[in-house]
Design a protein around this ligand. Structure first.
Ligand code: PLP
Length: 368
């Protein structure tokens, strides 16, 4: 039996009929863009995250771009971010015309190192854009020594918190993605921005509809980034399940970590969860010696795994003009060559986790 690194089919087998009903309702309503199902989903997420304002947008990449636009960030400005993330984080900065300034991560959390980030602040720095990677929040309280706005890339971190303070509520804005593989996933693209600030909220609502507060009257340049009503309705069906799915992810992660540590391997380092943090395990990502050979051995054993992310952003051709080179961010480069995300989704079974642990142990010659 194969163990996929991710699958939606087990989830669809349970909630498929409910989703089909929600889709039928949207079709009957005839309202496919924004409208009442989007408003309902915005209210749902505001509640889940604990944020007064939630603005649905087309995808997580636009959520980031619109957040930076709402701050008025553009050419001549600098935004500090991490090189160890999905492309869209830094891509959103480039889309505004501003300059992404990369700063290294902490190897144990894979998140932005606050001291290094603060050392990169210049008079041009207009914002910081930390990522809560794999579902673990960045060190927001240290980062908040920065006096400017912090935009949280919370794409992978819905439900995460630190000392009870939730992802998407600690910065000026929180940006979420509901890409199908996310902890809360649509059946297509969807995204959302949360904020505590009523002015930013109203700016975001205007920016997502071509900068028009009143229809066909455009005061500022916005974009078309409206949340699709079908996606919103599908997501609202899933919201009541999210808490239990997240708990299950955490349980599975604990099983992985205990099993891997019990084997006494020095070649594998399980994910680190600092005290006070609720990691929601969008990914369960280990650091492993001979990562590529381990991945090949797992594949041979019918076990899927994924490398997030194989190339740090400062080494991507699209950012070449920024002038970064190899060894600029040693921790990010160490991470890219050692990380491996093991199967993780709420419907994964305990015995499947045990098989993955066994296969990892077998590769290095450790047995329970
Ligand atoms: C960290 C991070 N930022 C941004 C995004 C972009 O979100 P989307 O794919 O919804 O545009 C994603 C997800 O793909 C992500 O993982």
């Amino acid at each position: 039996m194969k163990i996929p690194s991710f699958t939606l089919s087990r989830q669809v087998a349970v909630i498929g009929p409910e989703i089909e009903k929600a889709i039928a309702q949207v079709i009957a309503s005839g309202q496919f863009v924004l409208g009442s199902s989007v408003q309902q989903f915005e209210t749902d997420v505001a509640q889940v995250v604990g944020s007064p304002h939630a603005i649905g947008v087309a995808n997580g990449s636009d959520a980031l771009y619109l957040a930076l636009m709402a701050l008025g960030i553009g050419p001549g400005d600098e935004v500090i971010t991490t090189p160890f993330t999905f492309f869209a984080t830094a891509g959103s900065i480039l889309r505004t015309g501003a300059k992404p300034v990369f700063t290294d991560i902490q190897l144990d959390t894979f998140n932005m190192d606050p001291d290094l980030a603060l050392a990169r602040v210049t008079p041009r720095t207009r914002a910081m854009l930390p990522v809560h990677l794999f579902g673990l929040m960045a060190d927001m309280s240290s980062l908040s020594r920065f006096t400017g706005p912090i935009v949280e890339d919370a794409a992978q971190a819905i439900g995460a918190n630190v000392d009870g303070r939730a992802a998407g509520t600690m910065g000026a804005m929180g940006c979420f993605s509901f890409f199908p593989t996310k902890n809360l996933g649509a059946f297509g693209d969807a995204g959302l921005v949360t904020t505590n600030d009523v002015d930013l909220a109203s700016r975001l609502k205007v920016l997502r509809v071509h900068g028009a507060q009143k229809k066909y009257y455009h005061e500022t340049l916005g974009i078309n980034s409206r949340l699709d009503a079908l996606q919103a309705a599908i997501l609202s069906v899933k919201v009541p399940y999210l808490a239990a799915w997240t708990e299950r992810r955490i349980q599975l992660a604990e099983r992985y970590t205990k099993g891997l540590l019990d084997l006494g391997m020095k070649e594998v380092i399980p994910p680190y969860v600092p005290k006070g943090y609720r990691h929601v395990f969008h990914q369960y990502t280990i650091r492993a010696d001979q990562r590529d050979a381990l991945q090949a051995a797992l594949k041979e054993a019918g076990i899927g795994s994924t490398v997030y992310y194989p190339t740090s952003l400062h080494l991507q051709p699209v950012f070449a003009e920024l002038g970064y080179g190899p060894s600029d961010f040693p921790n990010s480069e160490k991470a890219e060559s050692s990380v491996l995300s093991l199967p993780m989704f709420p419907e994964l079974e305990d015995h499947e986790v045990d098989r993955v642990i066994e296969a990892v142990g077998n590769f290095y010659g450790y047995h329970a």
